[in-house]
Design a protein around this ligand. Structure first.
Ligand SMILES: Nc1ncnc2c1ncn2[C@@H]1O[C@H](COP(=O)(O)OP(=O)(O)OP(=O)(O)O)[C@@H](O)[C@H]1O
Length: 275
């Protein structure tokens, strides 16, 4: 196990702390007594795409969910160590998790539009989050940002559920950007989509990073190499009790992870030899 990746000084060399939006300091994550993720120290840079890769069960989604406190909703889940967002302790006593989720949005594996019109999919979330503006303008701007406007502009009153899977996922991205977050977390956003829809979402991710910081979990190695500026490789290791905990093996520029990784296990994983 690479001990550097639990060391803050090392994390600060990979991504300078002043350029980081999110920062984990020796973060371990538990479900009850089970430690799912062990001692992660990493900085997520602003206006870049960071990919989390690694075999199933190594804790990628668990860590991602902690970035917007979605794990709070799972009984028994808890975080040890510190996660900061723009220098503020995300789990501090004065921090409102609802506000955290407004600033740090999430797009899930399976597109999950509301059973409402395309228009209301965007307007509803914006209203609930107290955004007061010209709603027509916000709907158009968000759909344009999600590269969906041209396909839906003539049917805004139709159900979001009537769209194709790829369109639904772009609608979910439009809904997320409408709330004007700073960070967008994506948990395998293309795994339920066909290759063409996948490429559209990947193009969209490239455009969105101009304005947002993106963290994406993906099992698709080519996707990570295509979209991510930084890549974190996680793996799982067995404990004496037979449990497996996830840990960060290596985190660096995507090019380095794919072409010249430091750790042998990273090399094996990115070349498809395990996982
Ligand atoms: N709600 C939960 N309650 C208890 N254990 C959980 C829960 N969610 C995840 N785990 C456990 O935490 C560990 C990490 O799971 P997680 O889903 O974060 O991994 P992952 O790397 O994202 O996997 P995958 O690539 O398969 O999605 C696994 O052992 C999993 O069984």
């Amino acid at each position: 196990m690479n001990t550097n990746t639990s060391d803050q000084a090392f994390a600060d060399k990979v991504v300078a702390p002043e350029t980081a939006v999110l920062r984990t300091e020796s973060v371990s994550i538990y479900y009850g007594a089970f430690m799912a993720v062990r001692k992660v120290a990493m900085n997520i840079p602003r206006h870049k795409v960071t990919a989390f890769i690694g075999p199933s069960g190594c804790g990628k989604s668990t860590l991602l969910r902690c970035f917007n406190r979605l794990n709070d909703l799972i009984p028994g889940a808890r975080v040890e160590g510190r996660i900061t967002y723009n220098g503020i302790d995300l789990y501090g006593p004065k921090v409102d998790p609802v506000e955290v989720r407004r600033r740090i949005g999430m797009v899930f594996q399976k597109p999950n539009p509301f059973p409402k019109s395309i228009y209301d999919n965007i307007a509803f979330g914006a209203r609930v989050n107290g955004i007061k503006c010209d709603m027509d303008e916000l709907v158009e701007r968000s759909l344009r940002q999600a590269a969906l406007w041209d396909e839906v502009k003539d049917k805004l009153k139709e159900s979001g559920l009537a769209l194709s899977g790829g369109q639904q996922q772009r609608l979910c991205i439009a809904r997320t950007v409408a709330i004007q977050p700073e960070v967008i977390l994506m948990d395998e956003p293309c795994s339920a989509l066909d290759p063409i829809s996948t490429l559209r979402i990947e193009d969209l991710i490239q455009e969105l990073k101009e304005q947002y910081t993106i963290v994406i979990v993906t099992h698709n190695m080519q996707q990570a190499s295509r979209v991510a500026d930084m890549t974190a490789f996680f793996n799982a290791e067995a404990t004496d009790k037979g449990n497996r905990f996830g840990y960060l093996v290596e985190y660096d520029k995507t090019e380095k992870i794919f072409q010249n990784p430091q750790e042998e296990s990273t090399q094996q994983y990115v070349s498809g030899r395990f996982g």
